[in-house]
Design a protein around this ligand. Structure first.
Ligand SMILES: Cc1ncc(COP(=O)(O)O)c(C=O)c1O
Length: 402
């Protein structure tokens, strides 16, 4: 009688679990030899998943767009921080990868990636020494600068090492770093040209405020205006007699806008590989939802507690999802559930209006509010097709924010 009432209370806990033993799962994970032997149900949670079909479709779409538009593609690696994904992008035609910081670029270089563009200025003696070492290993690396002293410091370090560094000027077209377009940028290009151990490679123009501007038409108006100031600066530098072979910029939200601007010859979008809830909200062409790219990224969790008939708790909280956006993770395949933060380790789900019930032990997969900082919380990402885990990649540049 007692056993029967227990069964009625928590059926899923007491049902036989037919999954293979953990020791076997651990061995498969360690050896990375999946070959159809591992199901998503075997993965310890919280786990970061990438749907390989969606990832490949996103990569193919962006690569085809850039090819048709005659623009180079140097996707930003700050999103995935994973050399294996950078390689997949290069196999599709990307010329290299952007890296937000020096340590991220070093990790990509160690992972076999060339064609690196370090999108943030490298400041200070030690970082500059490291930049010189990186350039010795990957001579095609380009470093962004926005200050004359930094140019002089890079030049001096390169001279000492008997090297020449490629520099691009970071233009202040957003709300962050960079030098003003027009005359100040021209003067910096002239300063670079005066130094013998650095080479002027071109311009970077990234405008985050345009990439997330809501509504396609408003986004196009804003981004076109911004990128035109960058193109005008490029022309100004060329007219002064300094060749300016590169104008790189753009983002997932503006890729098909910036590629129409004559003079922008390279795109550096990042989030398109994964997509996230933030980007879906910006709207597409004639569509309140931005659907140019598919959601490929998710976080898999397990229901670990059911404190009330209409509430469950999953094992993913502040340490499983980035919390920098005002909206919450969204469960995949269940309607009517609101995620609530339950502290560092947990998330609360109210089931009152849920399209299906959940029990302890059930798995719940979530779309993430913001892909980049969420990925940075994980050591590995599991590549899945349907229920099957096909591969596991190291997020090798996780935490590489130096
Ligand atoms: C310099 C730079 N370029 C490109 C990107 C890529 O933008 P997105 O992920 O929106 O495509 C970013 C993102 O923050 C960036 O900082």
């Amino acid at each position: 009688m007692r056993r029967r009432s227990l069964l009625a209370l928590a059926p899923s806990l007491l049902l036989a679990d037919t999954r293979r033993p953990w020791a076997e799962v651990e061995k498969i994970l360690e050896q990375g030899n999946f070959q159809g032997r591992l199901s998503v149900d075997d993965l310890p949670t919280p786990a970061l998943l990438v749907d390989l079909d969606a990832l490949d479709a996103n990569i193919a779409k962006m690569a085809a767009h850039c090819k048709a538009a005659g623009r180079a593609l140097r996707p930003h690696g700050k999103t995935h921080k994973c050399p294996e994904i950078a390689k997949r992008l290069m196999a599709a035609g990307a010329v290299g990868a952007c890296a937000a910081k020096l340590s991220e670029a070093e990790t990509f270089a160690n992972g076999g990636i060339s064609g690196l563009l370090v999108t943030t200025a490298v400041i200070g003696k030690h970082k500059i020494e490291r930049a010189v070492l990186l350039a010795a290993k990957r001579p095609d690396t380009i470093f962004c600068v926005d200050h004359e002293q930094n140019v002089a410091d890079l030049d001096a370090a390169a001279r000492e090492a008997g090297q020449r560094l490629n520099l691009a000027i970071d233009l202040n077209v957003g709300n962050r770093t960079g030098i003003a377009t027009g005359e100040p940028a021209l003067q910096l290009a002239q300063a670079i040209a005066r130094h013998k151990n650095v080479r002027f490679g071109g311009l970077q123009a990234y405008a985050g405020q345009a990439s997330h501007k809501n509504g396609f038409d408003d986004r196009r108006t804003m981004s076109r205006g911004i990128m035109q100031t960058a193109v005008d600066t490029r022309r100004m530098i060329e007219t002064s007699g300094i060749p300016c072979p590169l104008l790189t910029g753009g983002s997932t939200g503006t890729y098909n806008i910036d590629s129409e601007v004559e003079g922008v010859n390279e795109l550096q979008p990042g989030s398109f590989v994964f997509m996230d809830i933030d980007y879906a909200r910006i709207g597409g062409k004639g569509d309140p939802v931005y659907r140019d790219f598919q959601y490929s990224l998710s976080v898999l969790t397990t229901v670990v507690s059911k404190p009330a008939a209409t509430e469950v708790v999953v094992d993913g909280g502040l340490k499983a999802f980035s919390t920098d956006k005002p909206f919450r993770p969204e469960p995949k395949g269940i309607e009517g559930i609101e995620f609530g933060w339950g502290g560092d380790e947990h998330g609360k789900l109210n089931l009152a209006k849920a399209s299906r019930n959940l029990a302890v032990g059930d798995r719940v997969e979530f779309l993430v509010p913001h892909c980049d900082p969420t990925v940075n919380l994980y050591d590995r990402i599991y590549g899945v097709r349907g229920k099957q885990v096909e591969l596991s990649w190291a997020i090798a540049a996780r935490g590489m924010s130096q």
